[in-house]
Ligand binder design. Structure first.
Ligand code: PLP
Length: 586
């Protein structure tokens, strides 16, 4: 790939070279099932904004030929899974380049499929999907890039070799000039090993000097995404020795990338990065507590506006605030819109959602009734059942509010039995509580398009994670960009986005689940329902302040600009600020 010199740009960039962005999952296109949830959606939105902002960047991921699973729920809410194979030739072009990696002392050949992601001005971000399904490889190795988060930890480590080491070699084979390697989560941390081996002359390094380590660190940045310990990939010394090789494992051990006897991919990424960040203010703090040796900063996540704002709201914005497409800061002007404009645009999005619900389930919901949305990857810390802590009270609130409708969706990882049990519980409760006043629907197969319809079409977005396990969360941001307020636990992004009664409501911290549920009920009963029913003008103001205040900030255009200024190409001030922070550390 030729790099032309860059004279001017909205961003302050070096004259040439690319950011190479590595992510195990990327939500590229609604018909390409290569993502499981928040991490992949964030990666996709990052690339969409990078394309809109004309950032020179190339992305690397795995092909995931069999796709992430399609969820089926039976009448009792029991989840079963089907593979979702897809055909790369329908979307991508095969590159001629081939590279090799070593897995369990076998040579595995890797190719890449290129997907061109085009920004609003025509700037292209190439996404390279790495693929081992080649005749040169053994049957087992041909399947290494089939399943996202499938198989055991052996399979995972083998995939991480393909992603990290294969990706670095592929970037070179394609002639991409890379200034910065960005590891989006620890899955790609082995890219640092490939860079270290290049630094020490190719092949397995003999002696690694501090100079070699610094040379790698100068090129790498890392984003950690979860405060849940299980979210950090770890491999035993035995596994690492067998799969990566004894010598490589010994090198990694010398570089202090093992914790509690395990190769820790977060630690590996941190050791070899010159910059590291969490994905929200609080997540930065939690990450520093988990890894106190490292000055982990934060850049709060966002979502890509044109991807997640519903068609009627986009039309409203184009009519009243056309500059928003060029510069999302202009979303601030939404404050000045007529109440009617936002109420009507939202009514259309809600109607489209309820039509989708009816066509999927046969349930006909009432567009006039207060409708809550709760959809996310089902993990126990997200507490999908918190709303049912006191079912009688929920029913009373629904009656007093003139009805209440709650829409649920979310997949549990196939191996997550407690998560699957949670889905069954919500489905059982929905059936048991079904009445004139209270309608609860669990929608099957939560994916991109359903996610967009839900966040745009409900009246209030609900989030009930157990603090502090939500690193950021992004679905509430999608809602905010549609003018939909949140009712949430003060965790993740909501700590930064919450202004009581202006952008939504906080569920107050309690000593236990029951206390937090009680706060949720009180807010619903005393604040949300009366405002919705008795004061449409005030509700319209709430929607406008939500979009105006949170839409201007919680978008990936702002986020990518922050990555550019602080992580990829730090300005001198940013470097100074870091020195100051280190001197006055918390
Ligand atoms: C936005 C989105 C997510 C991530 O939502 P969180 O609030 O970050 O958990 C997951 N899955 C789908 C389909 C989405 O659209």
């Amino acid at each position: 790939m030729q790099t032309s010199s860059r004279a001017s740009s909205a961003l302050s960039l070096p004259a040439s070279g690319h950011v190479a962005y590595f992510s195990m999952e990327i939500a590229i296109h609604p018909a390409i099932p290569t993502y499981s949830g928040g991490l992949g959606v964030l990666a996709g939105d990052t690339l969409r904004s990078a394309a809109d902002l004309e950032l020179p960047l190339a992305a690397f991921t795995l092909l995931h030929r069999k796709g992430y699973f399609r969820q089926h729920l039976d009448a009792a809410g029991q989840q079963t899974e089907d593979v979702q194979p897809w055909n790369p030739e329908d979307f991508c072009a095969e590159e001629a380049a081939r590279v090799a990696v070593s897995v369990e002392e076998r040579t595995v050949v890797v190719r890449a499929w290129r997907y061109d992601l085009v920004g609003r001005t025509g700037h292209v971000i190439p996404i390279y999907l790495l693929d081992t399904d080649l005749e040169e490889n053994s049957g087992w190795d041909r399947g290494l890039t089939d399943h996202l988060y499938g198989g055991d930890t052996n399979y995972r480590l083998q995939q991480e070799i393909v992603l990290g080491m294969g990706g670095v070699r592929m970037a070179s084979a394609l002639g991409i000039d890379v200034n910065v390697y960005h590891m989006n989560e620890g899955h790609a941390a082995l890219l640092t090993l490939a860079l270290l081996e290049r630094e020490t002359g190719g092949g397995i390094p003999g002696k690694v000097t501090q100079y070699d380590v610094e040379a790698v660190r100068a090129k790498c940045v890392f984003t950690t995404h979860t405060p849940v310990p299980a979210g950090h990939d770890r491999f035993s010394a035995e596994q690492a020795g067998r799969i990566l090789g004894q010598e490589r494992t010994a090198r990694l051990q010398e570089q202090e990338t093992f914790k509690d006897g395990m190769l820790n991919m977060t630690l590996l990424a941190l050791r070899f990065s010159r910059y590291a960040n969490g994905v929200a203010l609080q997540h930065g703090k939690v990450s520093r507590e988990m890894f106190p040796e490292f000055p982990i900063e934060f850049i709060t996540n966002g979502v890509h506006g044109p991807t997640w704002i519903s068609a009627p709201v986009q039309q409203m914005l184009d009519e009243h605030v056309p500059a928003w497409r060029r510069d999302h800061v202009y979303l601030r002007s939404v404050i000045d819109l007529p109440a009617r404009a936002i109420l009507e645009a939202h009514a259309q999005a809600k109607e489209a959602l309820l039509a989708e619900v009816a066509s999927r389930t046969g349930m006909v919901l009432n567009p006039k009734v207060l409708t809550l949305g709760f959809a996310r990857r089902v993990a126990t810390y997200k507490r999908a059942n918190l709303l049912f802590t006191d079912a009688e009270r929920l029913v009373e609130i629904a009656k007093a509010a003139g009805g209440l409708q709650i829409l649920y969706a979310g997949k549990a990882h196939p191996a997550d039995e407690p998560g699957k049990a949670l889905i069954r519980e919500v489905v059982e409760r929905a059936q048991a509580l079904d009445s004139e006043a209270l309608k609860i629907v669990y929608l099957e197969n939560y994916e991109w398009e359903l996610g967009a319809q839900l966040t745009a079409g409900v009246d209030v977005w609900v989030n009930t994670p157990k603090r502090p396990y939500e690193a950021s969360g992004t679905s509430g941001m999608k809602a905010a960009l549609n003018g939909v307020p949140s009712l949430s636990i003060l965790d993740g992004w909501w700590i930064e986005g919450w202004i009581e009664g202006v952008t939504g409501w906080a569920i107050e911290d309690g000593a236990n689940d029951a206390e937090e549920a009680a706060s949720l009920y009180t807010k619903l009963e005393k604040a949300v329902a009366p405002l919705y029913h008795d004061a449409p003008e005030k509700w319209a103001t709430l929607m406008k302040t939500t979009l105006s205040i949170n839409g201007t900030f919680f978008n990936t255009n702002r986020m990518v600009q922050q990555y550019t200024r602080n992580a990829y190409y730090p300005t001198t001030e940013a470097v100074h600020a870091k020195v100051e922070e280190a001197a006055f550390a918390d």
